[in-house]
Design a protein around this ligand. Sequence first.
Ligand SMILES: Nc1ncnc2c1ncn2[C@@H]1O[C@H](COP(=O)(O)OP(=O)(O)OP(=O)(O)O)[C@@H](O)[C@H]1O
Length: 232
Amino acid sequence: MALEVKGLTAGYGPVTVLRGVDFEARAGQVTCLMGRNGAGKTTLLKAIMGLVELAEGSVRLGGVDLQGLPAHRIPCHGLAWVPQGRRLFGPLTVAENLEVGGLTRGNRAEVREHVLTLFPRLRERLAQPAATLSGGEQQMLAIGRALCLEPKVLLLDEPTEGLQPSMIALIRDAVLRLRAEGVAVVLVEQRVEAVLKMADRVAFMAHGRVEEMVEARRLEPGARQFLDYVGV
Ligand SMILES: Nc1ncnc2c1ncn2[C@@H]1O[C@H](COP(=O)(O)OP(=O)(O)OP(=O)(O)O)[C@@H](O)[C@H]1O
C-alpha cells in the first residue's frame, strides 16, 4: 500500500515550513529522507501524522484521504511514527510500554510475539523500566511499541542517532525484516553509509520541498546529491 503526499504546504502558525512537498513511500520498500538541518524532514513526518495543520495538499494511504482526520484517528489507518528522542513511558516496564502501544488494536498476543521475535533483547527485559534501558534498547522499544499498531507505513526519525555500531546493526536488521514483510518504511537518516545499506529510494529535501527522488541503486558514496543536499 503506498503513501502518497501531493503538493503539501504546511507549517507552524504563521511560519510556512513545507512548500509543496510531493513524496511517495511504497509497500515493501525503505524510503529515506535526507536533507540539511531545518530542511523540513521532521515536519513532513508530523504533517503525515496529522500533527501539523495543512494549508494545502493531500496525504493519501492506499487511496484513502488522511488530511483533515483528527491526529488520533491516523494510526487506525495504518500509520505509525517513532519520533526522534523516542518518548517512551520511562517509569513503565518494557511489557507495559508495549501494552500501551497495542491498546488501540486490542493488544493481540501474536503482535507482541512478533515484536519480541524482531527484538529478542526486549524479551529478556520485559519487567525492566524503560528509563533504565540502554539507548539502543530504548530505540528498539520505541519501534516495538509503534509496531504494536501493526502499521502499513512506519515513519522512523533518525532511529540510529547516537547509537554504537552493534545496536545500529540490530535496528537495521529489524528495518530490513519489516521491509520484507511488506511494510512501507520511511526513514530519516543522515549517514550516507546507512542510507546506501537500507534504502530503496531516497528523497532529498531542501527548503521545505522534496527536490529529488532517486533510486538508491543509482547512488554511490560521493554522489552529487549527498553533497548538494546533505553536505557530505
Ligand atoms: N514547533 C515549531 N514552531 C515553529 N517552527 C518550528 C517548529 N518546529 C520546527 N520548526 C521550524 O521548522 C523548520 C524545519 O524543522 P524540521 O524539524 O522539520 O527540520 P529537519 O529537516 O527535521 O531538521 P533536523 O535535521 O535539524 O531535525 C525549522 O526552521 C524549524 O525551526
